[in-house]
Design a protein. Structure first.
Length: 229
């Protein structure tokens, strides 16, 4: 994490039906000096879902698997169905292979034994989960940018192929007119046209050689490809 990010508290939604255990989790996380943690406690799935409907800015959801009513997997499925992308870490009484398989199938980030909440494993796991989510977001962005770039390059080839011939004809006619009007008032206007043709050729060459999907603001919310380099 950057220094700026370390100044910001890591927000945890703790879903746990045992208030004493929830207090211990919050107490231990607040003692951490390397990172600042803010813990919001909710005692069951419906209360957690209601909280997430109004606030999705949590960094991690710490959730007891064995909750009354809805268990951890059922709550996680409900969270995903609502399109909420806050990563989930389960808290369990013991390590269980079958649970681990279910956890992986559902995309839960990790799960910890409750005995580990008083060790450095808990804050380290939380920070690791946040870092993995950021890395995934960066990779997804790169993948989308690459696909956009490929689509742009394909369109550029089609467009430049269509306008290349009329531009060449225009330049040829411009050369003929320039010879006929070397010494009259049209000379200045013809130069303006030639300069604009040169500018178009330069931009077309930049588009063909485009290496990154980079945009700049044009007007308000309208963006355009950055061809400044």
């Amino acid at each position: 994490m950057t220094r700026e990010e370390e100044k910001q508290p890591i927000r945890i939604l703790l879903v746990e039906d045992n208030q004493e255990f929830a207090n211990l989790v919050e107490l231990f996380l607040r003692k951490q000096k390397e990172h600042r943690f803010e813990v919001l406690w909710r005692e069951n799935g419906p209360a957690a879902l209601k909280e997430l409907e109004s606030d999705q800015s949590f960094d991690v959801i710490l959730m007891d698997y064995f909750l009354p009513g809805m268990n951890g997997l059922e709550i996680t499925k409900a969270i995903q169905e609502k399109g909420i992308s806050v990563p989930v870490v389960f808290l369990t009484v013991n390590k269980d292979f079958e649970l681990a398989v279910e956890v992986m199938k559902l995309g839960v980030e990790d799960y910890l034994v409750k005995e580990e909440i008083s060790t450095p494993v808990l804050p380290r796991t939380i920070v690791d989960v946040i870092e993995r989510k950021k890395l995934k977001a960066q990779l997804d962005h790169l993948e989308i940018s690459q696909k956009r770039l490929e689509a742009i390059q394909e369109h550029v080839l089609q467009i430049t192929g269509q306008i290349r011939y009329p531009l060449d004809v225009l330049r040829k006619n411009l050369e003929s007119l320039s010879k006929l009007h070397e010494n009259d008032d049209l000379k200045g206007y013809l130069k303006i046209i030639r300069d604009n043709l040169d500018r178009i050729d330069k931009k077309m060459a930049q588009l063909k050689d485009l290496k990154a999907d980079k945009t700049v603001t044009y007007v308000r919310d309208i963006k355009m490809l950055d061809l400044s380099e």
